[in-house]
Design a protein around this ligand. Structure first.
Ligand code: SF4
Length: 276
């Protein structure tokens, strides 16, 4: 009898303690706030979307563009983890400087690699009335990205690296299809998008491909403008620091004529064209 009682107590303890522990685990899981891996933060960005912006540069990118001027953002390793609420607090502190147009931009690296953790960040920023913008190469279009695009991203700045598949692969190591599919999805969400295009002499300034790009996107209703980004060599020393060979060493920066020519071509297709 006594033996049976002890057995019953053991049984009771086993199941209840186990149940309590697993409940604790769930609660802890719920209480774990998502974090973002960030390379660096800029408080007064003026080139990453409308107005004055706080820019979070996220760590990691699946492209490896030959001209990347922040190659240290490419590896997934590195960066620092930030709590979402910490980032929201920083943005709130800057709100007075944002004015009507400014806000927060997530850039990188490729921010959408961390799209799941970006949802609570953007949700909180929207609750605080802060404008949100994603600067992306369009590589990641998963279920989390779609939530961001449909519900929380006021603006998307999509980098188009090249119209031609072969040249795109040479420049980035990836297919152009990701970015083009991404553009299609944003178009369906009917929310604002800007295109960005780095003009690399001899690599991405072929007139026929600039026209083809214009033709492809000219009927998109969501594209408010296209920005031409001149090619520059500011990141070369970072490539050397990382022990990577910089393959565009012999490529000169753009002449004003090259920029003007690309601008004139894009003006045939887009409402607004800006050379950054
Ligand atoms: S997409 Fe941007 S961050 Fe990634 S490699 Fe290209 S330039 Fe660098």
């Amino acid at each position: 009898m006594l033996y049976n009682k002890i057995k019953a107590e053991k049984f009771f303890r086993y199941f209840f303690v186990k149940k309590i522990n697993s409940k604790k685990k769930i609660i802890n899981k719920k209480m774990t706030t998502p974090k973002l891996k960030i390379h660096s933060i800029e408080s007064f960005g003026t080139h990453d979307g409308p107005g004055i912006r706080m820019v979070f540069f996220l760590q990691g990118c699946k492209f490896k563009c030959l001209y990347c001027h922040n190659p240290d953002t490419i590896p997934m390793e590195g960066g620092h983890e930030y709590e979402i609420e910490d980032l929201v607090r920083r943005a709130i502190n800057m709100k007075g400087y944002f004015g009507e147009k400014g806000g927060v931009t997530v850039s990188g690296g490729e921010p959408l690699i961390q799209s799941k953790a970006l949802i609570p960040l953007f949700k909180r920023l929207k609750e605080e009335g802060i404008h949100t913008n994603i600067d992306t190469n369009g590589r990641v279009l998963n279920e989390h990205t779609k939530v961001l695009l449909d519900e929380y991203a006021d603006l998307v700045m999509l980098d188009i690296k090249h119209f031609d598949e072969e040249w795109h692969k040479k420049l980035t190591g990836m297919s152009r299809d990701y970015s083009f599919r991404f553009a299609e999805y944003r178009e369906r969400s009917q929310k604002p998008m800007w295109l960005r295009y780095v003009l690399v002499p001899g690599w991405s300034d072929q007139e026929n491909f600039l026209h083809a790009l214009g033709q492809h996107f000219k009927d998109y209703k969501t594209i408010e403008k296209i920005e031409i980004q001149p090619y520059h060599k500011l990141g070369i020393h970072k490539w050397e620091t990382m022990g990577w060979e910089y393959q565009l060493k012999g490529v000169p920066e753009n002449t004003p004529e090259q920029l003007a020519k690309a601008e004139a071509i894009f003006k045939q297709y887009f409402k607004q064209v800006k050379v950054n």
